[in-house]
Design a protein around this ligand. Structure first.
Ligand code: NAD
Length: 301
């Protein structure tokens, strides 16, 4: 085991993603000092060998890496900066790694506020979901300097398989929402195409096979068919349970829309996909997998 794998890592936010990610760091030999508002989540990680801390500040004290996996930008800003922030206890030679999916402008602001205190920061949002977090196969999409990207590699490698350097601070967040916006558009397009075929007498499996060998081929058809019973072991064949929740897709699409507004980018398909996912969420499907958007195009009564 290298010296780096013995580094002390503070981990803040032990939810569906952060819990298993921190667990993989413990398994890899890092000394993990953890904090979450949930006592249950904290106790679970402590039972696996992490030190349970009473606050984010206690967790960050003496750590070489500080990782956060929190719900949204306001939680990240509150954790690090301002009156409630922990910046003052962070070692000057530590690296802060925020893995949450948040707006790029907050990531840049937190990065700049920490930089003003001499503390290094990268944004490192992830792709791969809860399954990837458990298996240690996440994709990390990093924004920050090349030097800090390199410094983070031993820690990120213990939780993921693919590490990308997208650009400066904030670039990880931008790349992540570009990907998820495209994914949602592909999912909606695939769903409506499949239903059009079904409405006109085609078998969805046969149509999927045809499109997979034709120019409509895409990730959703290859690995995540939204039509029930076309593919085994995907959420559509399991009542849209598990997978990537509509609530999270709606959140990411809202971040994409905000980003597009601030850069005056034209994203008509992404904006429409956001409206469809928000409508689907409002119909009570927020906790279901995002491939369930297929139901929106379903049978006529
Ligand atoms: P979650 O709600 O399961 O976990 C969030 C955790 O943060 C909770 O345990 C909560 O108690 C804790 N928390 C909130 N505020 C806190 C604070 N101030 N201090 C300490 N702990 C605090 O969410 P999740 O599914 O783990 O997602 C976390 C982040 O990862 C989000 O930004 C999400 O968009 C992103 N993400 C999630 C998935 C997924 O499939 N779940 C995939 C990719 C990215």
């Amino acid at each position: 085991m290298s010296a780096t794998t013995q580094a002390t890592v503070a981990f803040i936010g032990l939810g569906n993603m952060g819990g298993p990610m921190a667990s993989n760091l413990v398994k890899a030999g890092f000394k993990v000092q953890a904090f979450d508002l949930s006592a249950t989540a904290l106790a679970q990680l402590a039972s696996e060998g992490a030190k349970a801390c009473a606050s984010a500040a206690e967790a960050a004290t003496g750590a070489e890496f500080i990782i956060s996996m929190l719900p949204a930008g306001k939680h990240v800003a509150m954790t690090y900066t301002g009156d409630t922030g922990i910046a003052s206890v962070i070692n000057k030679d530590a690296l802060v790694i925020d893995c949450s999916t948040i707006d790029a402008s907050t990531a840049r602001k937190v990065g700049a506020d920490l930089a003003a205190l001499g503390i290094a920061f990268i944004d490192a949002p992830v792709s791969g979901g809860v399954g990837g977090a458990r298996a240690g196969t996440l994709t990390f999409i990093v924004g920050g300097s090349a030097q800090n990207f390199n410094r983070a590699q031993p820690v990120l490698s213990a939780m993921g398989k693919n590490l990308f350097h997208a650009g400066d601070v904030g670039a990880g967040q931008v790349a992540k929402i570009c990907n998820n916006m495209l994914l949602s558009i592909l999912m909606v397009g695939t769903s409506e195409a499949l239903q059009l075929g079904i409405d006109n007498g085609l078998d969805p499996k046969t149509l999927s096979d045809i499109m997979l060998k034709s120019s409509g081929r895409n990730w959703t058809l290859e690995l995540y068919n939204p039509c029930p019973d076309v593919m085994p072991n995907v959420p559509s064949s399991n009542g849209y349970q598990g997978g990537f929740m509509v609530d999270l897709m709606a959140k990411d699409l809202s971040l994409a829309t905000e980003t597009a507004l601030s850069s005056q980018s034209s994203t008509p398909m992404g904006t429409l996909a956001r409206s469809l996912y928000v409508a689907h969420q409002r119909q009570g499907h927020g906790k279901e997998d995002f491939s369930g958007i297929f139901q929106m195009f379903g049978k006529k009564n």
